[in-house]
Design a protein around this ligand. Structure first.
Ligand code: HEM
Length: 507
């Protein structure tokens, strides 16, 4: 912190010196406090307003600053300056758990959020991802439900495995993600020891305005390391800030964590002929078919100076992209484009992008005016309207992205009606490549996690495992002490039939 001395002399909120910060002003030595102790009033009033709403999900998190350096040439796919060879860009990252509140313990079984803010020379690019390549859901309508199911029960105020697994198993598309969360990767040993992903399909366009679809992957250079349930329980009992402390300590001691960024590329033509919906976040693109292309290195090398200012007030929004990087028809991504800014307008206020951690390093000329807590001079006397005759606030058509052809009538399509939709292929593929010790962990972790639920929900999950891979289903059925005959019988039903057959405990 530069110039510590300037904080040494106490003043009030408008800079007047404070004479006494220990003794209230009272009527007589033993008398009551008087209203004219205005410093006391100011102190108490400020304190009462120091808590801001926590993030609705991903409330518990830790952050760090660093840099991203491009080591390989992908300019044939994208014109984004941040992705041109040898470019170095400052970044800020926030890691988080999803279900726990702001005071939750770090080492819970959960996915980990990883939000990266690239302060590029063309404005901020926020890549808001997770440590899994897929997600539980594919329609925004289900997002509210997911968070209510994994957070607290309205009656008891407690987390509920019943709610959680009931919701998950009613959505077969969550199967792959369920498998990952229950696997050894469900509790990373540290943020440094995990990969992370953009998950969605995004787009790139180059300087000839040619578009390709892409996915982002960040592979840890520290190696993957995970905790068992037993290790995590012990740690949570001793140090609820274990992952935050690990990250802070590593960076403080000069041991800077690094990740290699890769992209997968799919052409528009390939997307049209792909065997399943390439814009469905619950599907992955197999690496054998769409190989990882190396792009650059991300390094974290500076701890925040102040947790609240930089980590709690950080605001990431998938809507923030830069020229050369675009969205895709992924309807889940489309929903996120609205949600984050909206949450932050509530959580931090309309002018939250003026907070230093969120502020772009380039000039910002967004032409918005006024609003609570406007602190940047509000564009002074410049015209507040467009068009104007003075050349202010002119759009830049040279960054226009190529048009996107879309087919089809406006309607509420259910992906389950798509004959190419297979919700169990990716989870089955994952099971088949796991080594035996990992398979055993996956089965054991699931059995522990689902244990408090009613038997109908266990059947639903076991049937999904069986549909993904017979061995996976058989071992899950055994671990959950269910009838194999019943699982086989239920597996012959379609999704709606399975739901109907497993609605009640008297299955
Ligand atoms: C339609 C689906 C989704 C919606 C509506 C949604 C909405 C939100 C909202 C409102 C926040 C809190 C933002 C804030 O207060 O600053 C948040 C946080 C977050 N979300 Fe999502 N989310 C969705 C899906 C996803 C997916 C698929 C991912 C990963 C690919 C993801 C990753 C994150 C992360 C990492 C954070 C924490 C950001 C931070 O550290 O500040 N979310 N989400």
């Amino acid at each position: 912190m530069e110039n510590k001395d300037k904080y040494k002399k106490l003043t009030n909120e408008v800079g007047a010196p404070i004479a006494d910060n220990e003794n209230s002003i009272t009527a007589g030595p033993r008398g009551p406090v008087v209203m004219q102790d205005v410093w006391l009033m100011e102190k108490m009033a400020h304190f009462n307003r120091e808590v801001i709403p926590e993030r609705r999900m991903h409330a518990k998190g830790w952050g760090a600053h660093g840099k991203f350096t491009v080591t390989h040439d992908i300019s044939k796919y994208t014109r984004a300056k941040v992705l041109q060879p040898n470019t170095e860009t400052e970044v800020f990252i926030r890691f988080s758990t999803v279900a726990g509140e702001r005071g939750a313990a770090d080492c819970e079984r959960d996915i980990r959020g990883v939000a990266v803010k690239f302060y590029t020379e063309e404005g901020n690019w926020d890549l808001v991802g997770n440590n899994t390549p897929t997600f539980f859901l594919r329609d925004v309508h289900n997002f509210t439900g997911l968070n209510r199911a994994v957070k607290r029960d309205p009656r008891t105020g407690m987390r509920s495995a019943q709610n959680n697994w009931d919701f998950w198993t009613l959505l077969p598309e969550s199967f792959h993600q369920r498998t990952i969360v229950m696997s050894d990767r469900g509790i990373p040993a540290s943020f440094r020891n995990m990969h992370f992903f953009g998950e969605h399909t995004f787009s790139f366009y180059n300087d000839k305005n040619e578009r390709v679809w892409c996915k982002f992957h960040f592979k840890t250079k520290q190696g993957i390391k995970n905790l068992t349930n037993e290790e995590a329980q012990k740690i949570n009992g001793m140090d609820r800030e274990y992952h935050g402390r690990d990250l802070f300590t590593a960076i403080e001691s000069g041991d800077f964590p690094k990740w290699t960024m890769y992209v997968q590329i799919m052409t528009e033509e390939q997307a049209k002929n792909h065997y399943e919906n390439p814009f469905d976040i619950t599907k992955i693109w197999r690496h054998g078919e769409y190989p990882l292309i190396e792009v650059g290195e991300l390094e974290l090398n500076r701890n925040p100076e102040n947790y609240f200012a930089e980590v709690e007030q950080a605001a990431f929004a998938p809507a923030h992209v830069v020229p050369g990087i675009g969205f895709s028809p992924d309807k889940f991504l489309q929903g996120r484009l609205f949600s984050y800014g909206d949450a932050q307008r509530y959580r931090l206020g309309i002018n939250h992008n003026q907070i230093p951690v969120n502020k772009a390093k380039v000039d910002v000329n967004e032409f918005h005016r006024d609003g609570a807590m406007r602190v940047d001079g509000n564009y002074g006397r410049t015209p507040a309207y467009t068009p104007n005759s003075y050349g202010y606030w002119t759009a830049q058509p040279e960054v226009q992205e190529p048009p996107l052809d879309i087919e089809g009538a406006v309607w509420q399509y259910d992906p389950k009606d798509d004959p190419t939709d297979d919700n169990f292929r990716a989870g089955g593929d994952l099971w088949r490549i796991l080594e035996e010790d990992k398979k055993a962990l996956l089965i054991g972790n699931t059995a522990t996690d689902i244990a408090p639920t009613t038997v109908n929900i266990k059947y639903r999950h076991a049937v999904h495992c069986y549909l993904a891979d017979k061995e996976y289903g058989e071992r899950m059925t055994k671990a959950l002490d269910l009838s194999m005959d019943k699982v086989i019988e239920l597996s012959k039903l379609d999704n709606e039939g399975l739901i109907q057959a497993t609605l009640s405990e008297t299955i």
